[in-house]
Write a protein that binds this ligand. Sequence first.
Ligand code: ATP
Ligand code: MG
Length: 590
Amino acid sequence: MNADHSQNSRRGTFKLLSGYIYGDKALLSRATLFLLLATAADVLGPFLGKVFIDDYLMPRNFDTQALVLLLGCYLLTQVAAAWLRYKQTMHFTTMALNAVQDIRQRAFRHVLNLPMAYFDHARIGQLVSRITNDTEAIKDLYVQFLSVVMSNLILLIGILVAMALLDLQLMLASALLIPTVVGVIYLYEKFSGPAVQHSRHLRSEINANVSESIAGMSVLQATNQQQRFVEQFDSINDDYYRARIRTIKVSAFLLRPAIDLLSVLILVAIIWIFGLQVTAGVAEVGVLYAFLNYLGRFTEPLAEITQRFNLYQQAMVAGDRVHTLIEESEQHYRDTQAQVTQGHLSVDQLDFAYQANKPVLQNISFELNPGELYAVVGHTGSGKSTLLSLLLNFYPAPPGSIRLDNQPLDDFSHDNLRQGIGLIPQEPFIVAGSIRDNIDMGRDLPEAELLRAASQAHLSDTLAQLPEGLETQLGEGGTRLSTGQRQQLVIARALAASPQILLLDEATANVDSETEQVIQRALKELHGQVTMIIVAHRLSTIKHADQILVLSHGQIEERGTHGQLMAEEDGLYRSMYQLQQQAKRVEMLS
Ligand code: ATP
Ligand code: MG
């Protein structure tokens, strides 16, 4: 990271965080008021002590009424200080928790609206760590840093004023501590910044590693990779340990011990000056008492402030990470009323590449009338899934190259597009919840719609066998259902919204031929009602398509009906089909 970038993002982070600090002005002013009052009550204590020693104890003037008054005042200030500190902490904590809640919500909402392209290179664990740990660290900025540093700074000023009122010379000697502390903080910032950043990065690396291993547990255990993953994890964990030790070394050396040492030196100076005053005959014992008392309180805030810089550093780095995430540009959809009503789809000279100079799709053109069924076939990596992603606007296609109902794809709002086009992806995605939740997906569809969709997907028999029917709870990933049933569930989900267009990416790749036939039947019934694009490897399943597009290296190599394509002597489709038929015969013979 270069200096310029880190400067910029610092400023952005600052803006993000200060926005929250000033966000609730009423709360902030109340918190500050309690802070000021608490400090005043705190500072008053030793002052009253000094009055007692110099005006009553030393001259042996024991005026009961005055003493009771003095004692009462002292007790009152101490009780008030405790209560005010409590109020102050509560207010700052509320502010902090509000801010964290808001930042976390904002980050999560933002992540949900990021373009699919972002997730091609994102690591899930790192994202999780940004949304959970890093936002939590920001809380420290408010509770620990802001509240503690602010109250200590004010306490410091209060004490300096009180000291100046008591004895200017002694006050100046004590004030010497301040520039030294500023120097220490500067050194700390300089040494610990990069170390803290590195350690937070490693921490999210740990999260990413854990979540990836758990997500891929079956593969990991099947391929006996446990040892390798353990080693990899150990090595990151060790790095993290070393990075933490490094940050702790810097803070352990610079923060507390440095301040403690300095304060002892100042103490020596004060006693020395006081000694000179005694020999000159101008010393007051009460002043010494108050000074020693103040000095104890004086070094405390300084030490606290320096120590909190550790948290400040952590919070700033965390804020930086959250800020970078929030700054990622979102996928923008137009806020228009355009709706998919017919299911007419046209693609005109579509070119697309994920990375510059690596074209994935080239010059793709085709047109589907409402209710037509097209099949897209081709070798692995020929760009079939990519084509479907573009139709869903997951990735931006060149403007105007895709039109729905004669309107450019960009004209549809996110909701209307999702309503009009249903996707049945290559990997069925099941959320933890009931079957009802999984079909409904938060759309609050009427029960009749859900049951209709389930029956269209030929899921009714399965539902009838489950004692709890629609309410059957599925774990994360839907492991209670077979792969074929999961696929049917996802089909029901897509159908529940009555989409005009349905995109299927290898919906029957992972199911046995019996289930495949069930799914095929479901799809055949939709033929003519819903515009469909089916990506398929098994060519026997798409013989009835109105048109078959054969993709090869991102280009449409051939197109036509099954009959037309089979009539092509050297056709790619024909050879693929024959190869599959042969394989089937061999399978049957063996
Ligand atoms: P399969 O039959 O195996 O599902 P496919 O025809 O669906 O293959 P695509 O997933 O569309 O193939 O991929 C087409 C090409 O684009 C491949 O070369 C792939 O490496 C590349 N590709 C796919 N997704 C991405 C991505 N998110 N970022 C970069 N390249 C990608
Ligand atoms: Mg694919």
